[in-house]
Write a protein that binds this ligand. Structure first.
Ligand code: ADP
Ligand code: ZN
Length: 719
């Protein structure tokens, strides 16, 4: 059998997928062109395929450097199940197993070899010398941010990798990471000495993850509430300390949950066992410190909860990113209180390294800012990674909670005057105590005489804390940046205190946890068939001693249970069935589906799958069509805006959506020459968003025009 050389064919044959994601296709083409690259893609984005596909097309061997020894076996097992010759070398292998791998290498029997950096560079370069005798076609460096001190996960052994380019001149290197800010990015390029590298930045947006923040108060009760919406689903609950991971597991167990703890204080063996059980779906929930997860590639994690504040956004994003690798809807929930920020300040300091301490403190404060947001959480996260985002994602607590506003002038006046009477010297907690008329010993006697003492007793502490956040957000109050932040008035405060200005506040409402429920598909899935298929998958997993998701992901089983394929031809259309898996498992899964359909007189829905592929998103709402109608009546954009009482940019976006839908010809919007000017700038762009495209073009070309061309190209399937 001749090996395919076209990346698309390789994707289908070995992995059973029909389409590339993100920028996988461009990255693979670049690597095949023997050029260096740096790939930034979010966790679960599909980085592995960027080197696995070229590895199968290149003649020789691909080296994969990874710090995650625990993950290597899984990755190699997964490749083998797809009929790919791969192996790993690490300390977990016996001497005889290692020499077997060496023999396979000598006989050119392997396509991919996974190694830890110390294994590659260590033993005085002996191993490098050996590798130099082989045909090494490509080197992939996973988790490349570990090389940089600027990152949040610096590993000294990675710095040795700077020798690689000299050891393997001319061999293309691909560095990959899911987390790198600008400094880290530059450091990776510099240290690895990449040769004219292309940087491929994918959007960091994980659309299927929904973000929630809840005040850290009675968090256990809130957690139970949340878990009710996730019955039977797999999830990770992070805590700051080992003791709380342990305690939480015990409480949840007592409340009937299927849960185990994981932290560095457990015996190695027990820890590995718990992780293994989680991966194999033998336990649903893990309560863990951040020690857990680096080695986890489980695709059906439906929720990630943080009981305590993480130390930085990078860590938080990576941890939440462990949810929903299969692309199905998943939830991330954070319990937040400012007390956590105070507590963590000590922990993030790096001993006798003032500069690093400063970096880490700044990162902590950015994390706190996320907890305090009154605007879209997703936008904040994406902006953090230098990416633009819409103002409303529709799937974080802020955006979902389209909160009602009310005239809160009196509330604002009470709060502002309390701050004023306390001479702007106290934090939010104390101000609230004064407003509530707290009898606590903390309250100074003289403050009990203040006029504002007790004027806010009608509201709860939570409500007050909520409104103070609103006032901060509205700029009517300021918070100092000190270790114990103090509330201050701003220039906007006075008119409110004088009763010259009204203040609209947001009503306090409960955080809504939507159940991640089942996938967002138009077709209902046969839930009990899905369960049968999971059992079948489990049987194969046990007999082959691999985690179930390596056999098939949940997404694949859901497709089976939705589209009900009836023969091998149908099965080829199901995502995840590559040639080897089709042959090995196809019949067994098909049999289950057919049997199920026969017993319930169900028909196949494969035609829906084909139709779905052709169908485009439905954007033609009446308002957009109205704008289109006016355009066709030969109105200019400005005239349409005027007639409709909308802004020009809104009209522009209506019409651009029509371009995407194929409802209008782009030439109705702009001349061919302009299209020809904008198109190459879009095609050559390697970073997400249209801002970089705009920067490359003449100043008078607008975002709207670029967006129109982009939509046109997208409609034609070019981008
Ligand atoms: P990362 O290393 O970026 O965190 P992975 O490489 O582990 O992500 O990929 C995440 C999941 O997405 C895997 O289950 C993988 O098989 C799947 N995947 C990757 N690329 C595609 C694709 N083009 N089509 C369908 N599934 C894909
Ligand atoms: Zn949002």
């Amino acid at each position: 059998m001749k090996a395919p050389t076209d990346p698309k064919d390789v994707l289908k044959k070995y992995f059973g997928y029909t389409k590339f994601r993100h920028r996988q296709e461009q990255i693979i083409a670049h690597v095949l062109d023997q050029k260096d690259s740096l790939v930034l893609m979010p966790t679960g984005g599909g980085k592995s395929l960027c080197y696995q596909v070229p590895a199968l097309i290149f003649d020789g061997l691909t080296l994969v450097v990874s710090p995650l020894i625990a993950l290597m076996k899984d990755q190699v097992d997964a490749l083998k199940l797809n009929g790919i010759k791969a192996a790993y070398l690490n300390s977990a292998l016996s001497a005889s197993q290692q020499s077997e791998v060496i023999n396979q290498l000598k006989n050119s029997e392997l396509k991919l070899l996974y190694l830890a950096p110390e294994r590659l560079i260590g033993s005085d370069g002996e191993f490098i010398k050996f590798l130099q005798t082989l045909k090494v076609s490509m080197i992939a460096i996973d988790e490349a941010h570990c090389i940089s001190q600027w990152g949040h996960d610096f590993r000294p052994e990675y710095t040795q990798l700077s020798k690689l380019k000299a050891n393997f001149p001319g061999t293309p290197v691909i560095a990959l990471t899911a987390t790198a800010d600008r400094l880290t990015k530059e450091d990776i390029l510099k240290q690895l000495k990449l040769d004219k590298p292309a940087i491929f930045l994918s959007s960091f947006n994980r659309e299927n993850i929904h973000y929630f923040v809840a005040p850290k108060r009675e968090s256990y009760a809130q957690l139970l509430d949340f878990l009710k919406n996730h019955e039977g689903e797999s999830g990770i609950i992070y805590t700051l300390s080992r003791a709380s991971a342990e305690g939480l597991a015990a409480s949840l167990k007592a409340d009937g949950y299927d849960v185990l703890p994981y932290h560095a204080g457990l015996e190695r063996e027990l820890r590995d066992k718990h992780q293994d059980m989680f991966i194999k779906d033998e336990v649903k929930i893990i309560t863990a410190t951040i020690a857990f997860g680096m080695g986890i590639d489980k695709s059906n994690v439906r929720f990630v909860v943080h009981m305590d504040l993480p130390k930085n956004i990078e860590g938080y994003y990576q941890e939440t990113g462990r949810a929903g690798r299969d692309g199905l809807k998943s939830d991330a929930l954070l319990f937040y209180s400012y007390a956590d920020v105070m507590k963590l300040q000590r922990f993030v300091e790096v001993e006798s390294n003032e500069q690093q301490s400063r970096i880490m403190l700044k990162k902590l404060h950015e994390m706190a800012e996320y907890g305090d947001l009154r605007t879209c959480r997703r936008k904040y996260l994406l902006n953090y990674f230098d990416e633009e985002a819409d103002n409303n994602c529709g799937s974080c607590d802020i955006c979902l909670n389209d909160r009602e506003r009310f005239d809160g002038t009196v509330i604002a006046q009470k709060a502002l005057s309390a701050v004023a009477r306390l001479e702007q010297k106290f934090g939010a907690g104390y101000v609230i105590d004064i407003l509530k008329g707290s009898r606590s010993e903390k309250i100074r006697e003289e403050h009990k005489q203040l006029k504002t003492y007790g004027v806010g007793a009608d509201l709860t502490k939570t409500e007050w804390s909520h409104y103070i956040k609103d006032l901060l957000y509205l700029g009517l109050l300021n918070k100092t940046n000190a270790q114990f932040p103090v509330l201050r008035l701003t220039e906007k405060s006075l008119p409110v205190l004088k009763g010259e200005e009204k203040v609209m506040l947001y009503k306090v409402s409960e955080t809504i946890y939507q159940s991640s429920g089942k996938p967002q598909q138009e077709l209902p899935m046969e839930a009990s068939l899905f369960d049968h298929l999971k059992l079948l998958r489990k049987r194969f997993a046990v007999s082959e001693n691999v985690p179930p998701y390596i056999i098939f992901s949940d997404a694949t089983l859901q497709e089976l249970a939705t589209y009900l394929p009836q023969n091998m031809e149908d099965l080829k259309e199901i995502s995840g069935f590559g040639a080897v898996k089709l042959e090995k498992y196809g019949e067994a899964f098909l049999e289950k589906v057919i049997e199920y359909c026969a017993s319930r007189k169900l028909k196949t829905q494969m035609d829906q799958k084909q139709r779905k592929r052709k169908r485009k998103s439905n954007l033609n709402t009446p308002t957009k069509l109205e704008s289109l109608r006016l355009l066709r009546e030969k109105n200019t954009l400005e005239e349409i805006a005027e007639k409709r009482g909308l802004s020009v940019s809104t009209i522009e976006s209506h019409l651009n959506d029509c371009v995407l839908e194929g409802l209008i010809d782009i030439l109705e919007l702009m001349p061919q020459a302009l299209i020809d000017e904008i198109t190459p700038a879009i095609m050559e762009n390697t970073v997400p968003g249209i801002k970089p495209v705009k920067e490359k073009l003449r100043d008078d070309i607008t975002y709207g025009q670029i967006r129109a061309v982009y939509n046109f190209l997208q409609c034609k399937g070019v981008v």
